[in-house]
Design a protein around this ligand. Structure first.
Ligand SMILES: Cc1ncc(COP(=O)(O)O)c(C=O)c1O
Length: 451
């Protein structure tokens, strides 16, 4: 990209530090500035059109430019632009959203609690687990188990839960008391000659061994994404969650299901808790809750978590936690309208209807000479590229992504995996367009690297 002096791209380089970006590379190359969006499409600052096949950051369920969300925000802004839920104060949108989420919950839940980001929701989940253990007179029960390649956010606590090296390196993380168990990616983590069923049994055994090594009386909770997203779209093998949950039950370890990506339809059910028959004590939600038109996240907690927490708040005199904009009325109003759209337009049904096409076209690319594995469920997937002489691990993905973006297809390179997670309003013709562009990009990239 040639960056003109004083252009918006030049000002971006001059003034803004970007997340998940090599700051020196950005100084040189600048960023892609997106100007507007409509449906599954976004347009850059120069008017070029792209299919946003990542729904932003796994977020924009109802697509871009949804006027009902704009109107819901404007109505709420005019009526009550801000209020909080501290110190026994409340407001209509947060009450309505809490009620809606408890009614929708895939397993019986007691209360909804609001935060602003997925990271904050998981950070809060960890604090609630600690608070609960103290309330139960088990101050030693504080350790949390997460998984290698799990992604739970970037705050000090949630980055510690995340099991990816770039979220720990040079940040002096993870915090003590957080442990990472085996990642359920069969192709990568299987042992020589191990069947998928044996791999699943080993994942459960590894978890059990870790709990026993640390002492079951010290392990408070396990956190996991039903389908790992930022770790590379890793769909666990059959029987994995059943085996894991058995171990958690055996040792009285709480289960936090991080549905920040999966929630609100992504896997073909409203919640992946249903897709995988999970029995979580806490569910964390964000992203598709409001299609990320407004920042908002939520925790759903069951009685097992709520009752001791309520007792402890009574003992202390307060639940000493909360952020200023939590359950923000505008964000809550937008989330309510967004969920209404998901339900009215049966977008979860659309995910189920289009999943066979999405998955068969993605799986077909597994036989492309550049590919090694396609992984998918519902309308989320990834294509992983084969390691290749002359390229370091993680180098091919971003290079292919650049070709895709050039052709007008936005995806995300996670190492050498290209992720796809389109808005849930996508049509069959648009799914075909995504894969036609991906195929053309793979072919062009193959020629480019062979040259
Ligand atoms: C599964 C999961 N949990 C938590 C988070 C963190 O959410 P946020 O970026 O809103 O803090 C993410 C973000 O991608 C996520 O994918």
């Amino acid at each position: 990209m040639t960056v003109q002096p004083n252009s918006i791209e030049a000002r971006d380089k001059a003034y803004q530090l970007h997340s998940y970006t090599n700051a020196r590379a950005l100084e040189r190359d600048g960023s892609l500035v997106i100007d507007r969006g409509e449906g599954v499409y976004v347009y850059d600052n120069n008017g070029k059109k792209y299919i946003e096949a990542m729904a932003g950051l796994w977020s924009v369920a109802v697509g871009f430019g949804e006027s009902r969300l704009v109107e819901a925000a404007a109505r709420q802004m005019a009526k009550l632009p801000y209020y909080h839920t501290f110190t026994a104060r409340s407001h209509g949108p947060s009450i309505e959203l809490a009620e809606k989420l408890i009614q929708m919950a895939p397993v019986p839940m007691s209360k909804a609690y609001f935060t602003n980001s997925g990271s904050e929701a998981n950070d809060t989940a960890m604090k609630m687990v600690w608070y609960r253990s103290n309330a139960l007179g088990k101050p030693e029960k504080k350790k949390i188990i997460s998984r290698i390649k799990g992604y739970h956010g970037v705050t000090v606590a949630s980055a510690s839960l995340t099991g990816l090296p770039n979220n720990h390196r040079s940040f002096d993380l993870p915090l003590p008391g957080i442990f990472h168990t085996t990642c359920p990616h069969y192709r990568v983590f299987k042992q020589e000659g191990e069947t998928e069923a044996a791999f699943v049994a080993r994942c459960a055994k590894d978890l059990e061994n870790l709990i026993l090594k640390e002492g079951p009386e010290t392990v408070a909770a396990f956190i996991g994404e039903p389908v790992m997203g930022a770790g590379g779209v890793i769909v666990p093998p059959a029987g994995y969650w059943e085996a894991i949950q058995k171990v958690l039950k055996k040792y009285d370890v709480l289960f936090i299901a991080d549905e920040v990506i999966c929630g609100f339809g992504r896997t073909g059910k409203m919640f992946a808790t249903e897709t995988f028959s999970l029995q979580p004590d806490i569910i964390t939600l964000s992203k598709q809750i409001s299609s990320s038109y407004q920042p908002i996240s939520a925790l759903l907690i069951n009685e097992n978590v709520y009752q001791p927490l309520a007792d402890e708040s009574a003992n202390i005199g307060t639940f000493g936690h909360g952020v200023t904009a939590a359950g923000h009325p505008v964000a809550a109003a937008v989330a309510l309208e967004n969920i209404a759209i998901i339900e009215e337009r049966d977008l979860v049904g659309n995910v189920r209807a289009l999943a066979p096409k999405f998955q068969s076209r993605l799986k077909a690319l597994e036989s492309h000479p550049l590919a090694i594995e396609a992984r998918c469920i519902g309308l989320i997937g990834a294509l992983e590229l084969k390691p290749r002489d002359g390229f370091a691990a993680g180098e091919l993905g971003p290079k292919l992504l650049a070709v895709m973006v050039e052709k007008g297809l936005i995806s995300r390179a996670i190492g050498d995996s290209l992720a796809l997670c389109p808005p849930m309003i996508i049509t069959e013709a648009q799914v075909d367009a995504v894969f036609n562009m991906l195929e053309a990009s793979l072919d062009a990239f193959q020629k480019q690297i062979a040259a």
